[in-house]
Write a protein of this length. Structure first.
Length: 330
């Protein structure tokens, strides 16, 4: 793909219902990662057109789970924001969708792709790809109560012997879904192997609603491969965990210097300690520091120390010690 076409993509305005996304690059819903703090960090680097919440259990939300209520927090600077829900009960899913619209969501996304056993064993996520009748009922019930755009996120099927992405795409279009986010793997693959671009291209060719490709985009080369499918936009998940500036890098061709990254990490850690109870802040700080350390020189030394940190302040102390060492080296 020519460089001029990639640059043209970055200037594209994608409409999903009445929501405009520019550029058509999306931060995926990532369990335990894509909270409000992380979304604001990603938005701060630039390059991302829209962000997703973590996947929210419709059962937990509608039953008043306190931990789930923390997932509803967002800042106006994060908009447009899509809130993703999971579950199999049409009534609960519709109730959750309406609650999220009332909370300020710009769009609602239904998860039909999560491969986690914790989700699929209760009939949600990718399990709905094995029960298209229930999937249709869920879409229909949620669509009926919303005045904002509705999207779905899918995989190709449970395994290669049960590919249903064409059927799901047709159902979604017929039921008034505004766009489909398509991770080009099966549930059985989890995150192994390579994304299947042919499946994404085929689905796009058969539908009139936008199809957003998801899977394996980490740099301009892999972005070009995804865009060759003809997809309308691109969603990124795992690459953003290691490098929350990945969207900025895709657009500018530049990386982020170590000292700049350390300043961002400091900002994120302070936000986490302000936003969450101590134990949850500690958990998230350890999680993020472990991922970020893979992009830092001598990052292994950080991961070795993190295992013994018992409080958020201890995690912050490990970070401070590392930053002082780096500052002296520079």
């Amino acid at each position: 793909m020519a460089e001029s076409e990639i640059k043209r993509f970055f200037k594209k305005r994608l409409k999903i219902g009445n929501v405009v996304i520019e550029p058509p690059l999306f931060l995926a819903p990532i369990a335990d990662i894509s909270d409000s703090v992380f979304r604001r960090i990603v938005k701060g680097f630039g390059g991302v057109g829209a962000v997703f919440s973590e996947m929210i259990s419709s059962d937990a939300l509608t039953r008043g789970c306190k931990k789930t209520s923390l997932m509803l927090n967002f800042d106006s600077n994060e908009k447009p924001i899509f809130f993703q829900i999971s579950g199999k009960n049409p009534y609960r899913m519709a109730m959750a969708a309406r609650m999220l619209e009332d909370s300020g969501a710009d769009a609602i996304d239904i998860n039909f792709g999560c491969p986690s056993k914790n989700v699929t064993k209760s009939g949600g996520g990718a399990a709905l790809l094995r029960d298209l009748k229930s999937a249709t009922e869920v879409i229909r019930s949620v669509r009926r109560v919303l005045s904002i755009p509705l999207t779905i996120k899918i995989r190709a099927g449970w395994d290669e012997n049960s590919l249903v992405y064409r059927k799901v795409g047709k159902i979604a279009e017929d039921e008034g879904v505004d766009a489909i986010f398509f991770h080009g793997r099966t549930r059985k693959q989890m995150y192994s192997g390579s994304v299947n671009y042919r499946w994404i291209g085929e689905l796009k060719s058969k539908l009139t609603i936008p199809v957003i490709g998801n899977g394996d985009v980490v740099d301009r080369y892999s972005l070009a491969k995804m865009l060759e499918t003809g997809c309308d936009g691109v969603m990124i998940a795992r690459a953003a965990i290691k490098k929350p500036w990945v969207f900025y890098s895709l657009m500018s061709g530049k990386d982020v210097e170590v000292l700049s990254l350390l300043s961002v990490i400091e900002k994120q850690f302070k936000m986490l300690m302000d936003c969450y109870p101590e134990n949850l802040a500690k958990h998230k700080m350890k999680l993020f520091m472990s991922w970020y350390s893979r992009s830092l020189p001598d990052g292994k030394s950080i991961r070795v120390q993190l295992s013994s940190a018992k409080t958020a302040f201890e995690v912050y102390g490990i970070f401070e010690e590392y930053r002082n060492r780096v500052n002296q080296a520079f």
